[in-house]
Every structure is written in structure tokens, then in C-alpha cells.
Design a protein around this ligand. Structure first.
Ligand SMILES: NC(=O)c1ccc[n+]([C@@H]2O[C@H](COP(=O)([O-])OP(=O)(O)OC[C@H]3O[C@@H](n4cnc5c(N)ncnc54)[C@H](OP(=O)(O)O)[C@@H]3O)[C@@H](O)[C@H]2O)c1
Length: 511
């Protein structure tokens, strides 16, 4: 989507560099950027952590992460040796020690001196959210972020836990940083198909004439997972599906589907258009939450032949937890383009399949000239944007069967990234890290974007916190969720479009 150019020297400082995110995502992504020669020749990655782990042990730990999680497979010794030469550590007992920050500043200064000039500085906060304000405050006190153009801070999700806390966090960060320095990451926005939604909509003439309430019946956005909470039980049990997925990932996808065409492909322009969508989402009145939002929690069940326990038995989860592991919403975007077109959003854990997809369901054609016998399988056209497991865009069309008889049925015209480009796609973190290094904030969330997104879910959160859902767990692991999620959409005479996989090995979707 964007012009790739080699960035100037960069010092990347990762706070919390012994954590899962660094191990599974950040370092494999940086290693792939290195393999693709997308990092500058002059770069250093400082790992900051509190564990008593020497440089060599940390490097080995990171290599293990690449070997396990990189899309390119295992490291080779020669490349790894060169890459690992760029890794340095700072072991700190606490992340609120002025002296430690001052010594980091000295190390960065000496590095720049050795390079013969300024570098881009990226501070990646891969720590629990509770440390974000402390670290940012100390970076500021130590004048490590004083150069607004060259120093950036990446803040991971979750960004607050409701509107009030997100606003407070924004206020606090802006005491130390300029908004242009804050990169609030939502890794979904780094996925190729998500970015491709913009190309699909705004680089092709076909779609714009039908992309409105006159032709679109409704939109479905589904992000389903097969996994449970894994090692994140402690965090997840205080968050739930609405906070963990809908407030960020699903609403960001909704923005890309619903936004107006940008005048230019610039960070502010695109983020302005997205904010307009969030502002136009019809608020859900607290006394009508039940009509617009439903929740579920999984019980025991089977996922691909393996028995899995109920949510309440997962490590770190309260045995009487009332946290939702599935949430579904019906939203409306009150503007000229989308008035009265429902957007159904659904996300959940331990569902039948892992899939992230957008379904744009078109209205029926105004008149069927074909005989009823020819069109028994008639379905209105549909556009499906699949984000995972395949990255694909599908148009479901009515076509005529070959032969003398006039018989119509639905067939798919599929654009699949891997078929078209014969290459593996970059991981979202590769795209996003490169963007931070270059100072391109297009795919990152601005303060107002985050706050408007919280405004959408806040009434639901409030009501759900006050009134526990009766009958939890209410869906079995391995199913497509509870009955109330079906009812949410069935009440409107519609149904969820679930992928059907014919070949479990190849995970080939058949629809
Ligand atoms: N993991 C993912 O895939 C993922 C995905 C999306 C977003 N995130 C977000 O990314 C952030 C990091 O997640 P994570 O999964 O990497 O967490 P993690 O595995 O718990 O690692 C957190 C890191 O912070 C350090 N840390 C924790 N408390 C500390 C303290 N009081 N003082 C100093 N260091 C402390 C940990 O050090 P020790 O090793 O010494 O405990 C570790 O290095 C979180 O905000 C999370 O929500 C993670």
C-alpha cells in the first residue's frame, strides 16, 4: 500500500523484553524485516527487563522465539549471528528509576555518536498496561522523548478499560508526549487484507456505486477463535470479549468498511474519515442493551477432536466468573450512506473455526426474470473479505450451469493473496514496526479514535457489569456460540454466514 524506503538509523528500545509479545511477535517480525533488508544498516535493539538474564541467554531465548514463530521458519546461523549482534540489554530492577533512564540516554547518545548522527528512536512498551504511564513519565523526565520528530512511543492494547480510563490515559500521555509521538497499536490494522480493504474500495470503480444503503442489506463482521484464553486467563477474566476484541479490532474493521473515501492517503486524513464513522455510530441506550448486544461464555466441548474444559476451569480464571467469552452487537451508522443498514459484529473464543471475515450482503435483485425452477438456490449477491485463515476477497455470484437447461446457482469468484502474489504475506507486526520506524502513523490509533470506540461499547459494558448474565456457560466449546447470538440476527430475518470447511487438512472453505 505504501512506498517502501530504507529508513535512517534506528534505536529500538523494548521495555518488557522477556515477555511473550517480544518473544512471539516483535523479534520474529524484526528478524524478517532484517532478512528483507528493510531495516537500516545502522540499528540497535535494546531489551529492557528485570529478569536476571545475561545477554547471551536473552539472545538464545529470542532465537528460540524466531525458530518457533517466524513465518520463514528457523534461523540460519550466519544471518542470526549478524542480527544478534544488533541486540543489547539493559537490566533494570524497576522501571521507575531515574538513574536507569539517564544511563539509557547516555547509551543511546553514544550509539548515535558512533553512527555519526541522529537516529530514529522507538520506545516499545511491551509491558503490562499498568507500567505505561510510569515509563512514559520517566522517558520525558530524562528528556529521551524531547525530539518530537524522531522519538516515538508504541503503546500496546488494551488502551484503557472504558471511556473514562482511556481519556485519563490520553491526558496523562499528552503531558509527556506530543500526540504525533504516540503510536497506539492495533495489530489487526497491520494485516494485509485489512489494508487491502482500502485498495479494494477506493482503487476500483466497481464497488463505490453499490457501497451504500441502496444496495447493501447488512454487514457482518466475525472474528472467531478456536483457542481459549491460553496463558492470558488472569488478564482476560478482567477484560472479556467486548473489551478485548470489539472495542478495538472489530470496530476498526467496521470503520474501514464504512468510511468515506479519503482525499489523500495520509495518516490524518484516513484517521479523520474513521473517526467520522465512529462518531456516527448510533449510541446504544442503556435500557435497550439487550436488543443490541448479547454475550456468552463457553462450557466444555470438543475442538477438532480434542476435549477442552469450560472457561471457568481455565488457569487464572475465577471459577464463578461472569466474564463473557463471546460478544455480539448490532450497530447502525447514522449517516447518509448507511442509514438503517445493520452492522452485526460477533467475536468469541472456542468457536467452531478460527476465522476473521466481513460479509457484505447485498439486497435482492428487484425482479427475477428466470423461472422459479431455474433459481431454487437463489441468494442475493455477497462480497466476503476474509482476513484469516486465508487472506481473500470473494464475490458470490449467481451463475448458469452449463447445458441446455436454465439452472442457476451460487458460485464464488475468489481473489486469494497467496495465489495472486505467490509469496507469504508479512506479519502484521512487520508492517507496523516498519511504519513506526518510518514515522507513518496511518495504521495506528489516534487518541480520539480510541475514545470514540470506547463510547460505542461503554453503555454495554456498564449494563453487563451491573447485571450478570443468567445461565453461563451458555455455549459449548466447538459450537458457533449461544442461542442468543443467533436470535440477535434472526429477529431481523437474517442469519450469520459461517464458513464451512470441507477439507480439514487444507482448510479449504466451501460456501
Ligand atoms: N502477547 C501477545 O501476543 C500480545 C498481543 C497483543 C497485545 N499484547 C500486549 O502487550 C503487552 C505485553 O504483553 P506480554 O504478553 O508480552 O506480557 P508478558 O508476557 O506478561 O510480559 C510482560 C513484560 O513486562 C515485564 N514486567 C511485568 N511487570 C513488570 C514490572 N512490575 N516491572 C518491570 N517489568 C515488568 C515482564 O517481566 P518478567 O518477565 O520479569 O515478568 C515482561 O518482560 C500487554 O499490554 C499485552 O496486553 C500482547
Amino acid at each position: 500500500m505504501k512506498t517502501v524506503h530504507k529508513p535512517t538509523p534506528v534505536a529500538l528500545v523494548i521495555f518488557g523484553a522477556t515477555g511473550d509479545l517480544t518473544w512471539r511477535k516483535l523479534i520474529p517480525a524484526l528478524y524478517n524485516l532484517f532478512l528483507d533488508s528493510l531495516l537500516p544498516e545502522k540499528f540497535v535493539i535494546y531489551g529492557i527487563y528485570r529478569k536476571p538474564l545475561g545477554l547471551e541467554e536473552w539472545r538464545e531465548h529470542l532465537r528460540d522465539g524466531i525458530d518457533r514463530f517466524s513465518r520463514r521458519g528457523k534461523t540460519d546461523a550466519t544471518t542470526w549471528n549478524v542480527f544478534s549482534g544488533h541486540l543489547a540489554v539493559c537490566q533494570w530492577d524497576e522501571f521507575n528509576d531515574d538513574e536507569a533512564f539517564t544511563s539509557l540516554g547516555k547509551a543511546l547518545g553514544e550509539q548515535e555518536k558512533a553512527w555519526g548522527g541522529h537516529s530514529e528512536r522507538v520506545y516499545y512498551l511491551a509491558t503490562p498496561p499498568t507500567l505505561v504511564e510510569t515509563i512514559v513519565h520517566h522517558l520525558d523526565r530524562s528528556r529521551l522523548t524531547k525530539d518530537h520528530r524522531r522519538s516515538r512511543v508504541v503503546v500496546e492494547k488494551p488502551f484503557g478499560r472504558d471511556l473514562d480510563s482511556a481519556q485519563a490515559l490520553n491526558r496523562s500521555l499528552r503531558k509527556s508526549l506530543d500526540e504525533s509521538q504516540i503510536y497506539r497499536i492495533d495489530h489487526y490494522l497491520g494485516k494485509e487484507t485489512v489494508q487491502n480493504i482500502l485498495a479494494f474500495r477506493f482503487a476500483n470503480l466497481f464497488f463505490e456505486p453499490i457501497w451504500n444503503r441502496n444496495h447493501i442489506d447488512h454487514v457482518q463482521i466475525t472474528v472467531s477463535e478456536q483457542i481459549g484464553v491460553e496463558h492470558r486467563g488472569g488478564y482476560y477474566d478482567h477484560a472479556g470479549a467486548l473489551r478485548d476484541m470489539i472495542q478495538n479490532h472489530l470496530l476498526q474493521i467496521l470503520c474501514l468498511i464504512a468510511m468515506e473515501p479519503p482525499v489523500a492517503f495520509s495518516a490524518e486524513e484516513i484517521r479523520d474519515r474513521k473517526v467520522e464513522v465512529l462518531r456516527a455510530i448510533r449510541p446504544i441506550p442503556e435500557d435497550q442493551v439487550g436488543r443490541y448486544a448479547v454475550r456468552g461464555q463457553y462450557g466444555p466441548g470438543w475442538i477438532e477432536g480434542t476435549h477442552v474444559p469450560d472457561y471457568r476451569k481455565e488457569p487464572g480464571v475465577d471459577p464463578n466468573s461472569t466474564t463473557e467469552t463471546l460478544a455480539a452487537l448490532k450497530l447502525f451508522v447514522d449517516n447518509w450512506r448507511w442509514q438503517d443498514v445493520p452492522f452485526y459484529l460477533r467475536t468469541g473464543k472456542r468457536l467452531t473455526q478460527k476465522v476473521s471475515q466481513v460479509v457484505i450482503q447485498l439486497r435482492p435483485i428487484p425482479h427475477r426474470s428466470f423461472p422459479t425452477s431455474a433459481s431454487q438456490d437463489w441468494e442475493p449477491n455477497r462480497i466476503m473479505i476474509e482476513i484469516q485463515p486465508h487472506e481473500a476477497i470473494t464475490q458470490c455470484l449467481q451463475v448458469k450451469h452449463p447445458g441446455p437447461e436454465t439452472k442457476l446457482s451460487v458460485h464464488n469468484m475468489v481473489f486469494r493473496y497467496t495465489d495472486a502474489f505467490k509469496t507469504t504475506l508479512p506479519e502484521a507486526y512487520e508492517t507496523l514496526l516498519l511504519d513506526v520506524i518510518k514515522g507513518d502513523a496511518t495504521l495506528f490509533m489516534r487518541a480520539d479514535q480510541v475514545e470514540y470506540a470506547w463510547m460505542v461499547v461503554d453503555p454495554v459494558l456498564k449494563v453487563w457489569e451491573q447485571v450478570a448474565q443468567a445461565g453461563f456457560p451458555n455455549y459449548g466449546a466447538g459450537s458457533w456460540g449461544p442461542e442468543n447470538a443467533e436470535t440477535l440476527i434472526a429477529r431481523d430475518g437474517r442469519s450469520w454466514v459461517n464458513p464451512v470447511f470441507v477439507d480439514q487438512e487444507a482448510k479449504e472453505p466451501l460456501r
